[in-house]
Write a protein that binds this ligand. Structure first.
Ligand SMILES: [Zn+2]
Length: 151
């Protein structure tokens, strides 16, 4: 497994390229939302949240406990490391947590749904950034494993 810093460095290095492409073909706002999702996924929600105590989990500080059940549900480099699907598991997982919190705090089951409906377009671009960042993580994992086996 490449070190956490290798992943963040690799992703951040490639971000300008993707941000430029999205900006050129879609617009500045889309590029900003995409980059936000990309950076968030790189630092806080990388596929390695399947290891409790990994770099991205520790970044959550006292909230890192939120990822403990996730690390029990998903074995390392299992489903969490499948492009697109892995990202969807984390979005769904965080969505569940957000739903529970909104039920406790706002006491309104519809509040979260309303918010999501109102921000669908923005969330779409944030998710796109997350998908790309996570896919790069999985690719780098694969390349480094392949190089290690060849040695
Ligand atoms: Zn990994």
């Amino acid at each position: 497994m490449p070190r956490y810093r290798t992943h963040t460095g690799f992703n951040l290095l490639l971000l300008p390229f993707f941000a430029y492409l999205v900006g050129k073909y879609e617009g500045l706002e889309e590029s900003g939302l995409f980059s936000g999702g990309y950076i968030f996924a790189t630092y806080f929600m990388s596929p390695d949240v399947d290891i409790y105590g990994s770099g991205p989990v520790r970044r959550w500080r006292w909230l890192s406990i939120l990822w403990f059940p996730y690390s029990l549900l998903f074995s390392h480099r299992g489903l969490s490391h499948v492009p697109i699907i892995g990202t969807l598991t984390r979005i769904a997982y965080l969505g569940m947590v957000a739903l529970i919190i909104s039920l406790i705090v706002v006491r309104d089951a519809d509040a979260l749904e309303k918010w999501i409906r109102a921000h669908q377009y923005e969330l779409y671009w944030v998710a796109a950034g997350m998908f790309v960042a996570d896919t790069l993580h999985v690719l780098l994992d694969g390349v480094i494993t392949w190089l290690k086996r060849r040695r």
